[in-house]
Design a protein around this ligand. Sequence first.
Ligand SMILES: NC(=O)c1ccc[n+]([C@@H]2O[C@H](COP(=O)([O-])OP(=O)(O)OC[C@H]3O[C@@H](n4cnc5c(N)ncnc54)[C@H](OP(=O)(O)O)[C@@H]3O)[C@@H](O)[C@H]2O)c1
Length: 222
Amino acid sequence: MRLVLAVSLDGRLAPPSGGAAQLGGKGDRRVLEEALAWADAVLIGARTLRLHGSTCLIHAPDLLLRRQEKGLAPQPAVMVWSRSGRFAPELPFFQQPVMRWLLLADAQPLPGVVAGFSRVVSFVDWTQTLSCWRALGVARVTVLGGAELAGSLMAARVLDELQLTVCPMVLGGPHSWLPSTAESDARIHWVLRRQEPLLGGELLLHYERQSQERQITDVSRR
Ligand SMILES: NC(=O)c1ccc[n+]([C@@H]2O[C@H](COP(=O)([O-])OP(=O)(O)OC[C@H]3O[C@@H](n4cnc5c(N)ncnc54)[C@H](OP(=O)(O)O)[C@@H]3O)[C@@H](O)[C@H]2O)c1
């Protein structure tokens, strides 16, 4: 599972006022679309979807062609992580040419169909969700945020890759790309797989989780 975010130099994914943040420019758009083209499915938090109204689509002809040659659908399926399952039907998302799945917590009993979604999967935890995806043939998942979703995945230690576009801006405020309450395992070592300057002074950093955890040195015991 690959988390893909555009972040400020101070690690924020939205300005202090919050709202629908669009931090990345043209360079980021290309690497974002590459990550979409790589994926079987996209995972997005319900609040991000409500704020933005739609999901990101692949537009680049070469990436669309590559998916076609592999026998893949033009766009990966979009899975929305939600507890409430409530979405305004007029969101442009429901008109986009994608397959829509809802990953719904506390869905007891599991509802048959929620308007606008072709499949509703009950969310209990990430381990169970991953095995459910595997059974459905979904192996590559690109996560589009936001922070609450990123924090939940990080705490569950199910992220394999971090693709961050660092944007040349300092935003301040509370919206770090991981919530301040998020738990993360500092023993996980992230290995740099790709670094690339992008247009507009942006920088792509693509890290992959190393299978072996590193030892954390407790400096107070030295
Ligand atoms: N810079 C970037 O690359 C980037 C990317 C994405 C988003 N963003 C920004 O991030 C902000 C939104 O992020 P966010 O952290 O507020 O929200 P989020 O992670 O997008 O979504 C949070 C939603 O997840 C659902 N949820 C929470 N816990 C759950 C659980 N245990 N099981 C199932 N669903 C659960 C809830 O949906 P319900 O309300 O339906 O219950 C909650 O509202 C926006 O400002 C957006 O623009 C930036």
